[in-house]
Design a protein around this ligand. Sequence first.
Ligand code: ADP
Ligand code: ZN
Ligand code: ZN
Length: 720
Amino acid sequence: MIILRVALDVPLPKLFDYRSEDATRADIGYRVLVPFGTKHRVGVIVDVAAKSEVADSRLRPVEKILRDVPPLSREWLALAKFCSDYYHRPLGEVVMSALPPRLRTAKAIPGSAVDYVLTPTGREALALMPERHKRLRALLGRLARSQASQPELEALARSARSLLKRAIESGWVASIDPPRPDVRFVQAHELTSEQQRAVDALCGGLEKFRASLLFGVTGSGKTEIYLQLIAEILERRRQVLVLVPEIALTPALERAFRGRFPGACIFVQTSAMAELERARGWLQAHRGRADIVLGTRLAVFTPLPRLGLVVVDEEQDASFKQREGVRYSARDLAVARARAAGVPVVLCSATPSLETFHHATSGKYELVQLTRRAIDRAALPAVRLIDTRAHPPSDGVAAPLLEALAACLARGEQSLVFLNRRGYAPVLACPACGWVKGCRRCSAHMVVHLAEQRLRCHHCGLAEGIPRACPECGEPDLQPFGRGTQRVEAALAEKLPRARILRVDSDAVRARGKLEDLLERAAHADVLVGTQLLAKGHHFERLTLAAVLNADSGLFSSDYRASERTFAQLQQVAGRSGRANLPGEVLIQTRYPDHPLYRSLANHDFTGFARSLLAERREAGFPPYVFEAALRAESGEIARALHFLESAVERAPQSRASLTVFDPAPMSLARLAEMERAQVLLQSRSRPRLQAFLREWSATLYRMPTHGVRWHLDVDPVEF
Ligand code: ADP
Ligand code: ZN
Ligand code: ZN
């Protein structure tokens, strides 16, 4: 009897043992269907052993090893193990959440055009097979001569289809892909000398692991540079993994990739895809057929047996961090994966995260810099600050901004008005008694959506009608306070009656179908009003004015990452302006025109800004100079969550050298969807010490009574 050690998606830090009569070590990495309680589950075989700690009588047999998908490789399992160890989540949770949803089930994946071959075990089996298995012998005999397609094999006998299925399950026959065309690379531009230098620098180290930061102003042609690198890697018949932050960005990028690499096998991996389509692409990557995999954070787990390069675009983007379940950073895993695979990784950004910037300036990463826009005439836009103390806004728009918008319109050019809030107004309040409408499920205000006559909570999604009167004092004239995109859109329509105004935010996408279509229409609008959805990565030829309405909200946050994020966001907005042949301008409304953040932005001086932030962080003891983790607890009652955290701290490992354990405290958004949330923050100057502490603590935590409290660890947290 053989023991299979199976990773299952169960919130316990262990593997589950099953027995099997005929499995071997070669079965490691296959998915397997096993009985679990009264049901069945799919897991992955991660080890094979002769003995189990579970008594023989209690060991259950596996239902079926799912050999239709080739086994996950040792490297892939090692990546999952690394993720499990580093983020302190059970291996089974990591492994199963890393698979596309379809492969978490035992459902077969309807075949695509493939040929079949006889495997070495199949050849042995055929040699020993008794004469009486005539049909099976005929099938294997046919494959012993040469590979064949499904229709060819089915022509051999009526039962050929089920015989083939059995032969595949026994590991005698394997599918292979038909030959494919050569990949070409289409050169689109003559590289600028700066770009050429960057390509040369990066191409100097393609054979082994090296992390590089490709740091270049928006429009400097970073994409062009990594396309050149990819061409080089494809030439060597290796695979490339490209991670992007936003699902919305993948269609445009995919189109660009297909245009530049005709003949290449390119697959997209995002959570928005149909299950089967995603599973098929994943399989093509796994079989080594895909040349390029382009995807959002979950794509970091795509198996790539010939991996030769990893690219992370907009590496600073917060969406690379998974916020639930296994809370991994895809950017960090991408680096770890490249290191393990011995291949280069290139992180791209105009405003790198301070962590990455620190690595790049301290010599841990290679720094490759671009200081100019790629298109000759596209100078960096001029940034102008509008002091709202001198020019009080009316309906959110100050007079100088309105003039600039009107002038832009008169020139027949396009402008973008950015603000970070969708909806009509962020708050509904009573002018008589000061009552404010909060979400009953969260510690947050509800946002007024006037067009639909609804209030919405942007945290939990709860929607309600707008009350007719104040529930506290009966005042009938409740008023929306503050400004969202809808309100600004309405105000601009009034002030610029001749302009074609288009709002682009996630509400508009939901109402109008696809972002693609909306962006298509956006190209023809005079004024775009939008959130960050519009700020990222889009290219509008005629856009020459970018305006920011409420940037100040990011200046004085309790979150130490707020100014880093604000800078990145403003730079991204600014980067939309003047990308082609027309000079661009950026206007920022602020009460603090002398704030260093705005000064650096106006001087296009990310480096200076980053250095001063790093100095502050060093002084205050924040990342990247310390490493952080959080233990979080969620419960219907805050007292329970805090109590759980207190007893967890009491039972924490005693060795706390170079470690700070803060007191349990409610999170800044303390209530979310009816759950009260609290956390204990940990800091250490030593990552290994922090990890050792977490390892020991997590073992204790799994043994603690929870009394209905849900808990998790978050390593390198980004929300507090
Ligand atoms: P980034 O990613 O750095 O913001 P992109 O790679 O999107 O910049 O390039 C910005 C624009 O410049 C794109 O329209 C791109 O086609 C163009 N571009 C890039 N490199 C060159 C070049 N060498 N010559 C002409 N145009 C270029
Ligand atoms: Zn009132
Ligand atoms: Zn809510």
